[in-house]
Design a protein around this ligand. Structure first.
Ligand code: PGA
Length: 268
């Protein structure tokens, strides 16, 4: 794991945007894994700015989102399709027919839909760079604690903690879905690079469990310890419970020196 600690959330977003831009500018048919939630909104703002200044074109990009609610459709303002349109897709030149979310509409077989999503990712060449947030309970995507580390795209029942954490986004009389389709942990681990963003004090415990806790389904994000290219971008607050923060800052300086001397090397 490469843990990089920044002074604030804005720097986390800027760094994440550099990773995305590097992939898109380097590869002719990049495949991005995308996330929803509060954390990546500032990343999407950075990407929209880069597009508006002519620095970045998404015309060849294919995207796969981590998850989508069940029981509401893409026109619903609470859907993750709507979130992606609002925060990114409507403001850049991405071909929306190449933007995918793991949906399962009424009457569709969730197992078949899950398999079809996995197939679609493989057909696209696999995810090059998967953006992730982390839940206060350590979830990635909607892989809640005790999700199988070998899981694939499927339906998950959300935990009460996740429902409570996300209830701030729903009006009191609004339907809040309790089920979602989500990429599995094994699906996420298949990505060539994973880039996890975490900001704020309420993520500090989950970040500590992810980076230095036991590899365990109790903290699904700890599965990233198994990934060859897991980059963890943190602000100071999210990093605040990590032992040895000095070490991560020092190691990052060494990496920057190596990159300066030999150039960036990302094996997409
Ligand atoms: P948040 O959610 O960015 O809204 O905190 C992250 C997550 O649940 O993965």
């Amino acid at each position: 794991m490469q843990v990089i600690i920044f002074d604030d959330a804005q720097q986390v977003a800027k760094s994440a945007a550099e990773w995305v831009a590097e992939l898109i500018n380097k590869k002719s048919n990049p495949v991005l894994g995308l996330a929803t939630g509060s954390t990546p909104i500032s990343l999407y703002k950075e990407l929209v700015n880069k597009h508006k200044t002519g620095e970045l074109s998404f015309s060849n990009t294919t995207s796969f989102n981590l998850d989508e609610y069940l029981g509401i459709d893409g026109t619903n303002e609470q859907s993750y399709r709507h979130f992606m349109n609002e925060n990114l897709f409507d403001h850049v030149d991405i071909d929306k027919s190449k933007t995918f979310l793991p949906t399962c509409n009424q009457g569709e077989n969730p197992r078949e839909q899950g398999l079809a999503y996995e197939d679609r990712i493989v057909q696209a060449g696999g995810v090059d760079l998967q953006i992730l947030g982390i839940g206060a309970n350590g979830h990635i995507g909607f892989n809640e604690p005790t999700s199988s580390l070998a899981s694939r795209t499927r339906i998950k029942t959300l935990t009460q903690q996740t429902l409570d954490d996300n209830s701030r986004l729903f009006a009191a009389d609004e339907f809040q879905p309790t089920l979602a389709m989500t990429m599995g942990i094994a699906t996420i681990l298949d990505a060539r690079y994973v880039l996890l963003m975490a900001t704020g004090k309420n993520k500090a415990k989950a970040v500590k469990d992810m980076v230095t806790g036991a590899l365990s389904a109790v903290c699904p994000a700890s599965s990233l310890q198994l990934h060859e290219n897991a980059i963890i971008l943190l602000d100071k607050e999210a990093a605040s419970e990590l032992d040895d923060q000095e070490y991560y800052l020092w190691a990052d300086k060494q990496n920057c020196k190596i990159n300066l001397e030999f150039g960036l090397y990302h094996n997409y």
